[in-house]
Design a protein around this ligand. Structure first.
Ligand SMILES: Cc1ncc(COP(=O)(O)O)c(C=O)c1O
Length: 402
């Protein structure tokens, strides 16, 4: 679960060659810590697999919503990925990070006129049509157009992040997509059936549904590959996912089509950890220990949104056995629980606690609940740590007051 570029020596965790205790001391907590080498190696895993398995044109596109941070985007631009943006803000960040506008994909089920204008002015290469209103506004030439199709498949994930089922708020039903493709010129189809998907099966069914819509030049099959959050999480490896997607595409759509894959989570999740300081420790009701840290639902909303499971450890006693604990945040809601059922070795106030696998949708969904400034993002590599996003200040909290 921890970044590949991390290690434990004498029970102490290092990320990118940087001692986690020192990181906490130097940059404060909570802090998002990212092993930069993991971002790069994960990007290469996807691009190399696609290049090896698919001889036709194609590209891997980072779904920027997973970690919309300029430094992260810059790494992926350097690694030759394209970028999926789903708002004017994400488009702004992607352009700022140096992406070639031609490699950008604009998504969204509620695009504003201003966002479309911004995309057209910037020269965004591909716009994904979600609905008839998009089609009316875009059919006059300019970017390459894809239609987002709702393939009508179910998948095994939390209902809030399931998007390919009939009736989904995203995209168009196959019949409507077919009718639209007869009316306006489109290059191809897009699908994104959901997130944190642990099986290739729903993808295969979805690709088969796309094949029924007609023959096109480009197929963007979306993202959604699951990552392991806790020990024993059974997921498909990125190479196997690309293999399965390419095989489904070749079987159903032909092997010379242009193939686009759009992972978000799987490119960033395991590269990132969050460091916290333990502030208080008290006995829980069922014999467990309640460990309260200096962050919570303001820096990681996923446990609150989806009951998402995480693990935790004390960075200076990684190898020690421990007792059952619940890690809670500092926010004024009882649901602000970061990690349930985790064993921690005698946690004490002042300990630095780490939760791995926070690289995806943590920073992205961070907020200022309880007036808590959002954490910094620290890149670690080769024993060097650098701040790529500074911690918010109290002044930032009223910086927009007029
Ligand atoms: C259109 C689209 N593509 C790709 C993704 C990335 O999904 P994931 O982070 O699960 O790979 C999303 C996520 O919501 C999406 O909406």
């Amino acid at each position: 679960m921890y970044p590949r570029d991390s290690s434990v020596e004498d029970g102490v965790l290092s990320i990118g060659g940087c001692d986690a205790r020192e990181l906490a001391r130097e940059f404060g907590t909570p802090a998002y810590v990212v092993a930069e080498a993991d971002l790069r190696s994960q990007a290469r895993t996807f691009t190399e697999a696609l290049g090896r398995l698919h001889q036709g044109p194609g590209e891997v596109v980072f779904a920027s919503k997973a970690f919309p941070c300029t430094a992260v985007l810059r790494v992926f631009a350097e690694e030759g990925l394209g970028c999926d943006v789903a708002s004017g803000g994400e488009l702004h960040l992607a352009l700022r990070a140096g992406f070639d506008p031609a490699r950008l994909y604009l998504h969204g089920n509620a695009k504003s006129d201003a966002e479309l204008e911004m995309a057209l002015e910037a020269g965004v290469g591909t716009v994904v049509i979600d609905n008839e209103q998009d089609a009316d506004r875009l059919s006059g030439g300019g970017p390459r157009l894809l239609i987002r199709v709702v393939p009508g498949v179910d998948a095994d994930t939390h209902e809030h992040i399931l998007t390919g089922q009939a009736g989904s708020k995203f995209g168009m039903a196959p019949d409507a997509a077919r009718a639209l493709a007869e009316r306006i010129e489109v290059a191809g189809l897009h699908m994104h059936i959901g997130s944190q998907l642990r099986s290739l099966d729903p993808y295969r069914r979805a690709v088969a549904a796309l094949a029924q819509v007609g023959d096109f030049e480009v197929y963007d099959l979306g993202g959604g590959l699951a990552v392991p959050y806790v020990a024993g999480d059974d997921v498909v490896a990125p190479e196997d996912w690309v293999d399965g997607m390419v095989a489904a595409a070749h079987a159903e759509l032909g092997d010379d089509v242009s193939l686009v894959l759009e992972p978000g989570r799987a490119l960033v999740a395991n590269a990132g950890v969050t460091l916290y300081t333990v502030e208080s420790v008290k006995p829980g009701l069922a014999g467990e220990t309640t460990v309260a840290v200096d962050g919570g639902m303001s820096d990681n909303l996923r446990p609150m949104l989806y009951g998402a499971a995480y693990s935790a450890a004390i960075v200076s006693r990684m190898d020690d056995a421990g007792g059952m604990c619940t890690v809670v945040g500092k926010h004024c809601e009882s649901g602000d629980v970061l990690v349930r059922d985790v064993t921690l070795p005698d946690p004490r106030p002042g300990d630095v606690l780490v939760t791995p696998v926070t690289g995806a949708y943590g920073y992205a969904m961070a907020n200022n609940y309880n007036g808590v400034p959002r954490p910094p993002v620290i890149f670690c590599s080769g024993g060097d740590a650098r701040v790529v996003v500074r911690r918010e200040t109290y002044e930032d909290l009223h910086g927009r007051d007029v």
